[in-house]
Write a protein that binds this ligand. Sequence first.
Ligand code: HXC
Length: 261
Amino acid sequence: TQAEPMVLTSRSESGKVAILTLNRPKALNALSTPLFDQLNAELEKADADESVRAIVLTGGEKVFAAGADIKEMKDKQFAEAYKNNFLGTWAKLADIRKPIIGAVAGYALGGGCELAMMTDFIVCTPKAVFAQPEITLGIIPGGGGSQRLVTLIGKGRAMDMVLTNRKVSGVEAGQWGLASRVTEDGQSVVEEAVKVADGIAKFGVVAAQAGKEAVNAALELPLAQGLRLERRLFQALFATADQKEGMAAFAEKRKPTWTDN
Ligand code: HXC
């Protein structure tokens, strides 16, 4: 019998949102190299597929991911990890150009929290649990946690999480800015994230991708360069049909029809 895929794929009702669901329920979606190989392949497929306008990444309604697969890691040696670039391919998600929403219920621990933070923004349940427990294993975050947490929640709270294994609830995550939206208790986080993604999917693809590129530049560039990149992208959008359509539609008091051109 063929092994069950570790990443399930489906579409929203509109067909415009690709939903990628981590699927190792017995291991609480522990993140292994084979899982990442599958996830990266599905992400690349979704990014290349013109019918996909936004992506939702989730572990379903019970658990996002309880971290990197400890059983896979425990006997690793430096030379092997270094030669094979362990973790090097895990950040593929951050290179995807289409908008990606993380839908988090239950545990988002260690690499799970880091994977969630690689998405463009997070929708979570109030009872979700975010933490960086690496210190309890004698290691530190290796998937961007020490860096992205600082950007999202500030140095003090990031230190608190990384040094004390503080568990942050979905409610707190919302207050801290780790999650952008927190669902009502009992509401489906996947449905909510898909609804938000479908909202993005209704806009033109060029503007959505440019918006994502500009916001991401803020994390990488000094302010003067970031502002210049933003202005240049803004100016460039005046060469698009969607800008003409969007503004004409406003002036004519009608809905725009985007052509992604
Ligand atoms: C491998 C894991 C796992 C993990 C859970 N499991 N987390 N296997 N790696 N990270 C497995 C358990 O071994 C168990 O398998 C099954 O999932 C169910 O877990 P239980 O522990 O029985 O469930 P529960 O008692 O409900 O406790 C849930 C839990 C606990 C609190 C989440 O599983 C836990 O503490 N997990 C480890 C969390 C963690 O330390 N994550 C950080 C990893 S380091 P069996 O076969 O026994 O049924 C990391 C580094 C990131 O992420 C590096 C960069 C990306």
